[in-house]
Write a protein that binds this ligand. Structure first.
Ligand code: TXA
Ligand code: MG
Length: 345
């Protein structure tokens, strides 16, 4: 039986923490997406997370902590630059990968010699970790490869009956997973773009973040198809003019694609980034928007929810229009590329 509890009651968080202590699984809200948590020090509990998610055992989990100092318990090589970074951005949507200490069982890190650590900002998440008294290993609370959940309802849709508890904390603030950086030999490497944009981080570390280089750093969770709806999902890159979306040209691109591929627009769930498109909504099965005005933060926070709704709709095809790849746009496009089976540039 899965207990679905409000995370706004202290007693419920304490109850969920008891479940974690006993080796159970609790889905809980973070500011990014919902996590599926287990005691990171309990190998059997962690094995259940892999099993319930259907996650391949080569894909390591993030360890969530409730105070910055705990990083020294689980990781080596916390140099000054790393301290500066976490002082600035923790608690928050940033995960840092460092050499691991033996305190973390190797099942958590999929046998890697490094561990990913983050201190979330969501107060329910922080209390859950504190009351549990242990670090919590948590991937996003969805079956492997499916859309990440940004509400308790979405978690329940796929995991109800398979886990012990869902702590409901409403909709997630960012709606996109944390940014994952590795620190190696004095340099930061981007392993996954996410809710914290690179420009903001670079201002604090005062040097550029290096792009992921598979020869130097291992990051196994980079499967090309991920976060995916079950339906046929087409991503259309917008037509850009001076790095801004040209709305008229982008609409032409949509219609050209539909005509060339003989797709019935009535069978289409179209997701547009914002309402600036002058499009005839009636000619489509369904039209939805990630944000009213062009606002990347709002778009990011609605992205997974809209993909989920589109996947549940009666239309057979999802088409989503992308955004320029700057700031959070980079993370949004990273998720969209992986969510789609057809990408039109
Ligand atoms: O926002 C988030 O990060 C959410 C919430 C729940 O905290 N968690 C999340 O976990 O997105 P998950 O498991 O869906 O993604 C974790 C990512 C994967 O791409 C994984 O491969 C990478 O982090 N990762 C974890 N440990 C790693 C390590 N030691 N080295 C390299 N990459 C690692
Ligand atoms: Mg995930």
């Amino acid at each position: 039986m899965t207990k679905w509890l409000s995370g706004y009651y202290e007693d419920n968080i304490i109850f969920a923490a008891e479940i974690i202590k006993k080796g159970g699984l609790v889905a809980f809200p973070t500011e990014t997406v919902y996590g599926l948590g287990a005691n990171a020090l309990d190998k059997i509990a962690v094995a259940r997370v892999f099993e319930v998610k259907g996650r391949p055992d080569f894909d390591p989990l993030i360890v969530h902590i409730a105070s910055k100092e705990d990083i020294y318990l689980y990781a080596e090589g916390v140099e000054k630059e790393v301290e500066k970074l976490i002082d600035h951005f923790w608690p928050g949507p940033l995960t840092i990968v460092l050499p691991k200490k033996d305190s973390i069982p190797s099942i958590v890190t999929a046998g890697l010699s490094t561990v990913a650590i983050r201190m979330p900002k969501n107060p329910i998440a922080l209390k859950l970790i504190k009351y549990s008294g242990v670090p919590i290993a948590a991937p996003s609370a969805n079956p492997f490869g499916y859309i990440s959940p940004t509400s308790a309802f979405q978690v329940a849709d796929t995991l109800y009956g398979k886990i012990d508890c869902i702590l409901d904390g409403g909709k997630c603030e960012f709606g996109l997973e944390s940014t994952v950086l590795a620190f190696d030999n004095g340099e930061f490497y981007l392993l996954r773009p996410g809710a914290l944009d690179l420009e903001t981080i670079e201002k604090v570390i005062c040097k550029p973040i290096r792009l992921y280089d598979s020869d130097k750093i291992l990051s196994p969770g980079q499967s090309p198809r991920h976060y995916s709806p079950k339906k046929n999902t087409i991503l259309i890159y917008p037509h850009l003019d001076h790095e801004q979306i040209d709305f008229t040209e982008t609409i032409k691109k949509i219609y050209n694609y539909l005509t060339a591929n003989q797709i019935d627009s009535k069978d289409l769930f179209l997701i547009l980034p914002c309402k600036n498109f002058d499009i005839n909504e009636k000619s489509f099965g369904m039209v939805d928007y990630l944000s009213d005005e062009f606002d990347l933060k709002t778009m990011a926070s609605n992205l997974f929810e809209k993909l989920y709704l589109a996947d549940k709709s009666s239309q057979n095809t999802i088409m989503i229009i992308g955004v320029p790849m700057k700031h959070l746009g980079l993370s949004i496009m990273n998720r969209l590329e992986k969510a789609s089976n057809i990408v039109i540039r």
